[in-house]
Design a protein around this ligand. Structure first.
Ligand code: PLP
Length: 381
């Protein structure tokens, strides 16, 4: 099987698995315990915090370990909404956010908050002008993702952050789940107050992530309890997963430049090839998208049919065309770009990681061409 669904999740690196196992076996003390096992576990926790802080260019005290991207987003958005609601109840986000942001905003609307969902252009990009126009005196939060998980579109986070520096009372949250480890990220410099990261997107363990919280921002905690993680995220720390994530971050650093350039080269090659296949249309940005996500459609061929045909040939890709609850509903994100229903219902997402090789992509393109020929012959189109 050739795995091309790395935006859904990545294979944990064997070195990460080793660290998780070792931590479970050796450092099973509770980091809050006063005896030696607890002290040893706390050292491992502190080390992981330091590595995370270095990667995000922030202070160790600004790192909150969570159970992943969904929790980081919920903790950030609800935490700000509940903490600062006396200042105002208006939130700005976009129409193309991941459900872990979008549905949280919907929930907050039901609880009396007002949300502006910014539109996007044909490439799925939010405009700075629209952000500027959306800001009101009662705006307390702007939450915009860095890289879109369906299209790979990169949002103008830096420009938005620069603009928001003039509004110190507005908190800026960025869902960086798809960009961390793939693109340059300078949260502090770019005026980002809160930033979400998830380890399983970069060969780390499932169910662990980071919420970077700039000093000076207060969040109402989602989870009350023992007061771990500066009181923002109570619960005994998941040390094996946290230390596994720290290892995954270290591995990103080791070959960062080389990995990034080979990913970009494979992505560019695949983009060119796909555009040459009759009937395939590119949904991802033609220029300037993230180096690991490529979304295309074959109008007339349902995503699920093509996905399973490719699977039979040994290639695992994904479709975001149907949301799980409503069959035959096209993706909200793709529809927000203004594309028609048929194109949105026939979309396929290929997502790469450092583990993929050019040869695999060459095999994939051959399999795609062959699958489409067969499907067309079968469907008589
Ligand atoms: C952009 C984005 N945000 C948030 C999440 C949720 O992260 P997790 O699976 O760690 O909860 C994902 C995962 O698909 C994502 O792609």
């Amino acid at each position: 099987m050739i795995y091309l669904d790395n935006s859904a999740t990545t294979r944990p690196d064997p070195q990460v698995v080793e660290v998780v196992k070792k931590t479970m076996e050796r450092y099973y003390g509770n980091p809050s315990s006063l005896h030696q096992l607890g002290v040893d576990a706390e050292k491992v926790l502190n080390q992981a915090r330091l590595i995370s802080a270095q990667a995000l260019r922030c202070k160790p005290g600004e790192i909150i370990f969570t159970s992943g991207g969904t929790e980081s987003n919920n903790a950030a958005i609800k935490g700000v909404a509940f903490q600062y609601q006396s200042r105002g109840k208006h939130i700005v986000t976009s129409e193309v956010e991941h459900p872990a942001v979008y549905d949280v905003c919907r929930q907050l609307e039901a609880w009396g908050f007002t949300v502006t969902y910014l539109p996007v252009d044909h490439q799925g990009r939010v405009s700075l002008e629209d952000v500027k126009k959306a800001i009101r005196p009662d705006t307390i939060l702007v939450s915009i993702m860095h890289v879109n998980n369906e299209l790979g579109t990169i949002q103008p986070i830096r420009e938005i952050g620069e603009h928001l520096k003039a509004f110190p009372k507005i908190v800026f949250h960025v869902d960086a789940v798809q960009s961390f480890g793939k693109l340059e990220l300078r949260p502090k410099e770019w005026g980002i107050d809160l930033l979400s990261v998830s380890a399983h997107k970069f060969h780390g363990p499932r169910g662990v992530g980071i919420l970077m919280k700039r000093e000076g921002i207060t969040l109402q905690p989602l989870l009350a309890g023992g007061g771990q993680e500066g009181g923002v995220r109570s619960g005994t720390e998941n040390l094996p997963a946290i230390s596994g994530m720290a290892k995954a971050i270290r591995l990103l650093d080791e070959a960062a430049e080389q990995q990034r350039s080979s990913l970009t080269a494979m992505h560019e090659w695949l983009k060119r090839e796909i555009q040459q296949i009759p009937g395939c249309v590119l949904n991802s940005p033609a220029e300037g998208g993230a180096p690991h996500i490529l979304n295309f459609s074959v109008p007339g061929v349902k995503s699920e049919v093509l996905l399973h045909t490719l699977e039979e040939k040994g290639f695992l890709v994904s479709t975001k065309s149907a949301c799980s609850s409503k069959a035959n509903e096209p993706s909200r994100v793709l529809m927000a770009t203004g594309m028609d229903r048929e194109r949105a219902l026939s979309s396929i997402r290929v997502s790469l990681s450092r583990e993929n090789r050019q040869q695999e992509l060459e095999q994939f393109v051959a399999a795609l061409r062959d699958s489409l020929d067969r499907l067309r012959a079968y469907m008589n189109v």
